[in-house]
Write a protein that binds this ligand. Structure first.
Ligand code: ATP
Length: 300
């Protein structure tokens, strides 16, 4: 086999509960991850060295060197196998870059699956999960897909039962937001207000809405503790979120650390209408529809 292509989805956080700042600088999180039908494609081709090329959506903002998360994943896998494997990775991006939809983590997960296949390693998913957890806190979910609760730094995962399909609209912003800057702003806002930060917990009503496939109930329960920090750093997001609510979204929130905003619709048709209204309102660089949950990385 000379080349393997893997398709991998983006994620939106249906709930992102951020605990108090820990002594090590991290936060304990409760993260309800949901994989949606916006996909990057990673093609791994046998080569002697390690290289990466990026095409598509905002490709110019993605490093094409050892800083690329997909190359780091391939190197970690070769290290695990104890062999000096080589690969060329071609990443075709559709997931917005630095958009709070874990595009880099998705590419890393896709690279693990593609190289495992290309190099004939046959490692089980559990082994890939361990390598994924070392690469970043969103990479294990990117490998899992579907809908799952993540605790700790997001890496301890439990898959959730979800009835049916939910329909989403995503408003993409111009330029990204740095995840580290958004967490720092969240800490600053909390300190300034003297807010007592509760231990993060998954919202039981949100889990029930997912189990029952109840979009109306899910819309009410969507929540992101990073949202006020993302809006503080990017004031225009307040208008985007308002516009979605005014146009009848069942719920709206900033995706992860932003600046992408997610809106829940009643149906695929409603998502199409909502997307058209948001485009007309001129509150986003681009507006796209998607559905979830979808499976994790798949060899195509
Ligand atoms: P998260 O939701 O996990 O916080 P994000 O979706 O906000 O992440 P990414 O698209 O993963 O952000 O990009 C974050 C940064 O990582 C970007 O600034 C980018 O330069 C860098 N990066 C490294 N490798 C990749 C990759 N393969 N795809 C996208 N970005 C990458």
């Amino acid at each position: 086999m000379n080349s393997v292509t893997v398709r991998v989805p983006a994620k939106v956080n249906l709930q992102l509960a951020v605990g108090p700042l820990r002594d090590d600088g991290y936060h304990d999180l409760v993260n309800v991850f949901h994989a949606v039908s916006i996909f990057d494609e990673v093609t791994a081709t046998a080569e002697t060295g390690m290289s990466v090329r990026v095409e598509g959506e905002s490709a110019d903002q993605v490093p094409e060197d050892g800083d690329n998360l997909a190359i780091r994943a391939a190197l970690a896998l070769a290290g695990h196998a104890g062999r000096p494997y080589g690969v060329n990775l071609l990443i075709r991006k559709s997931i917005p870059v630095a958009g709070g939809m874990a595009g880099g983590s998705a590419d890393a997960a896709a690279a693990l699956v593609a190289c495992n296949e290309l190099w004939g390693l046959g490692l089980p998913r559990e082994d890939l999960m361990e390598i994924a957890a070392d690469l970043g806190s969103d990479v294990p979910f990117a490998l899992l897909g579907g809908t799952a609760v993540g605790t700790g730094r997001g890496e301890r995962l439990t898959s959730l039962d979800v009835a049916g399909t939910f329909h989403w609209v995503f408003a993409l912003a111009d330029g990204g937001l740095s995840t580290a800057a958004v967490y720092a702003e969240c800490d600053r806002l909390r300190q300034a207000s003297g807010e007592l930060v509760a231990w993060p917990q998954a919202a039981e009503a949100l889990l029930a809405a997912l189990r029952e496939g109840d979009a109306e109930a899910l819309g009410v329960q969507l929540g992101n503790d990073l949202q006020s920090a993302a809006v503080a750093l990017r004031g225009s997001l307040a208008r985007t979120l308002d516009a979605g609510r005014e146009q009848g979204a069942l719920g709206s929130l900033v995706s992860g650390s932003g600046p992408t905003c997610a809106f829940l619709a009643r149906s695929a048709a409603h998502a199409g209408e909502l997307a058209a209204c948001l485009k007309d309102a001129g509150v986003a660089r681009d507006v796209i529809t998607a559905h979830g949950p979808v499976p994790g990385p798949v060899v195509v």
